[in-house]
Design a protein around this ligand. Structure first.
Ligand SMILES: [Mg+2]
Length: 345
């Protein structure tokens, strides 16, 4: 048997507009492209590190170099759970680096068996929810401009970033041009419980569906519960929930969770997050970072298992170096090619 060889390189992505969230604004995202080689096959993965999850391109490169040296991947592309366990035992955290490896392993397994990943996982035949499109934090005039562009582009659901001193004005401007579109908001942890309660009433009056991460990442479970009991809108946790244990910890204190591969460290733990959330009667949204079609398509293979999709990472790019899921009329169409089904453009 030959061994699985790991290669990686920087993947610089540029967004079409400066992308603002409560932590800051950027136009460039530094991700890492992972390639696994095994016999005649090449498989792709992508790491999208976030500083608010204690990762950076430098930490991802360091940990991938270490795994390269240790030849940690072994020689069996179908030992995905075992390899993931080895990565977890090798180093704590570093979920985006682990996710890049695991999505590439699924890509490899799919290519070897000539099956798309969603079929390998037994998820054929299910329908998937529509995805939303994110309006980042910006000046009110730019928020207006971005909303007009999103409506003209035919996006069916908008997600609006919050966490400014003018959050209500942002919602009013978006509503001016997207009067009838479903809206959801993401405060990225910017509000106190008191602010979040006040905002929840304002947002409910403006027809918002739910609020994502109103409170800071490390907010007390009691604060989430306090908010949930007073909010007319469902409360979802994103930054506060990385792995399945976090879902159990917040059970009863929130209504839903946002699962992302860069937080779970791969598809297998994402499945655990999804099933743990279901066991606690929670709603689930699948999200992503600013990512190319590699990361977004890997997530899309699990999209039939969740209630809401926020897989617009590649749609926000000025140029995507890869082709994978195709966006059409609100839905992401998963490629029928083997593996992740992602190819270079
Ligand atoms: Mg979020």
């Amino acid at each position: 048997m030959s061994s699985i060889r790991l290669h990686f390189e920087p993947l610089l992505l540029q967004t079409a507009h400066p992308f603002g969230i409560s932590y800051g604004t950027s136009t460039k995202t530094h991700n890492i492209l992972v390639k696994l080689h095994y016999e005649e096959w090449e498989a792709l993965g992508e790491a999208a590190p976030a500083n608010y999850h204690n990762e950076s391109p430098a930490t991802v490169s360091a940990v991938l170099s270490q795994w390269q040296d240790e030849e940690i991947l072994g020689d069996d592309p179908f030992a995905i759970a075992e390899i993931s366990k080895r990565l977890d035992n090798s180093i704590a955290g570093n979920a985006s680096a682990k996710a890049a490896i695991e999505m590439a392993l699924w890509d490899l397994a799919g290519k070897i068996t000539d099956q798309p990943v969603f079929r390998l996982l037994g998820l054929a035949g299910l329908s998937t929810p529509m995805t939303d499109f994110t309006i980042g934090i910006d000046s009110l005039d730019m928020v207006e401009q971005k909303t007009i562009e999103a409506v003209e582009a035919g996006y069916k659901i908008l997600k609006v970033k919050q966490g400014t001193s003018y959050d209500r004005e942002i919602i009013k401007r978006v509503r001016k041009y997207a009067a009838h579109l479903p809206l959801r908001v993401d405060a990225n942890g910017a509000w106190t419980p008191k602010q979040a309660i006040e905002m929840s009433h304002f947002l409910a009056e403006n027809g918002v569906q739910f609020i994502e991460q109103p409170l800071p990442k490390y907010a007390d479970v009691a604060d989430f519960r306090f908010l949930r009991e007073r909010s007319p809108l469902p409360i979802y946790a994103d930054e506060s929930v990385c792995r399945s244990g976090d879902v159990a910890r917040l059970a009863g204190a929130i209504d839903g969770v946002v699962v992302k591969l860069c937080k779970t460290g791969g598809l297998l733990e994402a499945l655990k997050v999804i099933h743990t959330a279901r066991a606690h009667s929670m709603q689930i949204m699948f999200g992503c970072m600013i990512e190319s079609s590699i990361g977004v398509t890997a997530a899309a293979h699990l999209s039939a298992l969740v209630d809401h999709l926020d897989l617009d990472g590649a749609l926000l790019l000025a140029q995507d170096p890869f082709a994978g899921v195709e966006y059409k009329d609100g839905y992401l169409h998963i490629p029928s090619r083997p593996g992740l089904g992602v190819v270079a453009r």
